[in-house]
Design a binder for this molecule. Structure first.
Ligand code: ZN
Length: 417
């Protein structure tokens, strides 16, 4: 028993030292490491962490320490990074778990800090880069899809290379504490990224993906399509700065609803523009149109004689269908084809809509939503109506929009679910 106690004490001392080294190396992990209780439990087959406690076998800790002390720091960093990246509910899909390990290991290999660098870095990075390139982005489910295509022996090799811990104890859902810690880590990495030169680029990418706001795009639609937000005419009644701040900080979703009007116009217009330059967009576009029409119907706009313009445009306006009733909508959806396939230019839609407003075809235009899968040319002038860009992008890319536009990013899965 004495021997076991000694071993446990020695292992605890090693873990405590390695924890300090880890905080020195990777400052952004400090709060995460301090939030975790580190324990040694004899007989623990593989290290695990449930978001509250990190558990390792004392003999394994001493063994790793004798081989290379950095193996201990690396294992701790690996588990802490799972927490920061919000990896939950482990064990269901071995490909997803391997993808998570690859993302974590690739971030640590990219950072290449003194106490966490371990042998085999080049091979690991090469393997990850090959798979990440095919996946398009270091998003775990995209990476997992690519892993389903690798051979059995490659898979075994990758499991040996990237597995450091047991994921079955990962929490079922991410706690608010880890949401906060992740955002803090991102702020810290952003602030100090110059010191890490370009080595923090990959870390920043995965933190951005992890902290991407999970949009309930239906509630965005409801809000955007039914909230009267004539901020331009109401600046004295409206905290414009707060509104704009909310839009820039919280994924461009206004923090507060604008004031309701009592003099509701009888006829209201709404425009949905669809970028038809993408070839695989038909399904998501149809789903989006159905949702948008449902919002209009539920908000009672149909009864007031609302008009929805569905405009297809790639680098020029290809079609403009006016929808006034459910029958119109059904007819539109029944024969819906995307017309286009050229480049992406958002400006023709705004010119077209401006001319329809000018000649009185569209009255009381409430807003314009532009559904697109990529980058295009924005108008330089702020339009006279509220505008939102809905990016359908499975690669989770950053999409910059002009300051006058709102923005949400959805994935195909969000639309189909
Ligand atoms: Zn892991």
């Amino acid at each position: 028993m004495v021997a076991t106690t000694d071993l446990s004490e020695a292992a605890s001392a090693v873990l405590s030292n390695c924890g300090s080294d880890l905080c020195l190396d990777l400052r952004f992990l400090t709060r995460a490491v301090l939030s975790l209780e580190v324990r040694t439990v004899p007989g623990t087959v593989s290290p695990w962490c449930d978001g509250g406690t990190m558990v390792l076998d004392p003999e394994a800790v001493i063994g790793m320490f004798r081989t290379d002390p950095r193996l201990v720091t690396r294992t701790m960093a690996h588990m802490a990074l799972h927490c920061i990246l919000g990896h939950t509910g482990g064990g269901d899909d071995p490909m997803v778990e391997l993808a998570r390990d690859m993302v974590v290991e690739y971030v640590l290999d990219s950072l290449d800090s003194p106490h966490t660098s371990v042998d085999g870095r080049d091979e690991r990075m090469y393997t990850c880069e090959r798979i990440f390139r095919r996946a398009g982005a270091p998003v775990t489910d995209l990476v997992a899809e690519q892993l389903r295509n690798v051979s059995r022996w490659q898979m075994d090799d990758m499991l040996r290379t990237f597995t450091r811990d047991d994921h079955s104890r990962h929490p079922v859902s991410v706690s608010p504490m880890w949401d906060d810690l992740s955002k803090q880590a991102m702020t810290e990495v952003e602030a100090f990224s110059r010191n890490l030169e370009d080595r923090s680029g990959m870390l920043m990418d995965v933190l951005r993906i992890r902290n991407r706001r999970r949009y309930d795009y239906r509630s965005f639609l409801r809000r955007f399509m039914t909230t009267r937000s004539r901020i331009r005419e109401n600046l004295d009644e409206f905290d414009h700065i707060y509104y704009t701040y909310g839009m820039s900080v919280y994924g461009n979703i206004p923090l507060i609803d604008s004031l309701e009007y009592s003099d509701t116009p009888a006829v209201e217009g709404f425009v949905i523009a669809v970028d038809t330059s993408g070839s695989t967009m038909r399904g998501p576009v149809m789903r989006f149109l159905e949702e948008a029409f449902e919002v209009l119907r539920l908000s009672g706009l149909g009864r007031g004689g609302a008009e929805l313009h569905v405009i297809q445009c790639d680098d020029e306006v290809r079609s403009d269908v006016t929808v006034r009733s459910e029958g119109d909508m059904r007819r539109l959806m029944a024969g819906f084809e995307l017309v286009g396939g050229g480049g992406t230019d958002f400006r023709p839609v705004f010119d077209h809509v401006d001319s329809l407003v000018a000649d009185g075809t569209i009255r009381n235009l409430r807003g314009l939503m532009y559904f697109t899968d990529g980058m295009g040319t924005f108008p330089t002038r702020r339009p006279d109506y509220d505008t939102a860009f809905v990016f359908c992008d499975d690669m989770c890319a950053e999409h910059a929009v002009p300051p006058w536009a709102m923005r949400i990013v959805v994935r195909t899965g969000d639309l189909i679910d």
